[in-house]
Design a protein around this ligand. Structure first.
Ligand SMILES: [Ca+2]
Length: 184
C-alpha cells in the first residue's frame, strides 16, 4: 500500500468527520479502514467492501450494504467537536465546569461522554447527574447556543471561556444533543 496516500487519506477523514478521535479509532478498529484500497474519488471503505465518497456518509440513506455509512456512533462523532478539543477546553476551565456543569470526572472522561452519548439524558445517566444538575447543564448549553454571554458569566463562566463555549457547546446542541429537553 502507498503509505503516503494512506496517511493523507486518514488525515482527510479526521478533518472531514471532525468527530471524536477516540470514537473514530474504535470504529476504524471495528471496520476495514486500515486496509483501505479505495480510489481517491471514493476514499471511504464500507465494512461490506464498497467505496464511498464523503458525501454519502451520514446523509440519511443507506449506501453500504451493511448500512455502516449510517452507523449511529459514526454519525454522532461526525456531528460533534473532537473529544481532544473538548478535553483541552474542559481541562482549562475545570473550575467552572467540574462538577457544577458537566458532573464528576476527568476532562478526558467527560469529553468522551459528551462526544459519544446520543443525548443529554444519556450523558446524565453515564456520568451520574441528578435532575437538578441535568437541568443546569441544559441551561448552560442553551445559553451558549443563544450567545447569552452575560447569563453565562453570572452563572460562573470565566469571560475568556466564552468563544470556545459558544463554538463547542453550540455545536453539540446543533447535533441534537438536547433532544426535547429544555431548562424551563
Ligand atoms: Ca449514506
Amino acid at each position: 500500500m502507498n503509505v503516503r496516500n494512506f496517511v493523507s487519506g486518514l488525515a482527510l477523514l479526521f478533518a472531514l468527520l471532525a468527530g471524536s478521535a477516540t470514537c473514530y479509532r474504535q470504529l476504524v478498529r471495528k471496520g476495514s479502514a486500515l486496509g483501505n484500497d479505495c480510489p481517491k474519488t471514493a476514499p471511504w471503505p464500507c465494512k461490506s467492501g464498497q467505496c464511498l465518497s464523503f458525501s454519502f456518509i451520514c446523509d440519511g440513506r443507506q449506501d453500504c450494504e451493511d448500512g455502516y455509512d449510517e452507523d449511529t456512533a459514526l454519525c454522532t462523532a461526525k456531528d460533534r467537536p473532537a473529544s481532544i478539543i473538548l478535553k483541552s477546553f474542559i481541562a482549562r476551565f475545570h473550575n467552572w465546569l467540574i462538577p457544577n456543569i458537566l458532573g464528576e470526572g476527568t476532562p478526558e472522561e467527560l469529553a468522551k461522554q459528551l462526544t459519544e452519548q446520543l443525548n443529554v439524558r444519556e450523558y446524565a445517566s453515564a456520568v451520574g447527574l441528578n435532575k437538578q444538575q441535568l437541568r443546569k447543564l441544559v441551561l448552560v448549553m442553551e445559553y451558549a447556543r443563544d450567545g447569552r454571554i452575560l447569563d453565562l458569566i453570572l452563572d460562573g463562566m470565566p469571560e475568556e471561556a466564552y468563544r470556545e463555549a459558544y463554538a463547542l457547546f453550540g455545536r453539540i446542541v446543533e447535533s441534537g444533543f438536547l433532544g426535547s429537553e429544555t431548562a424551563n
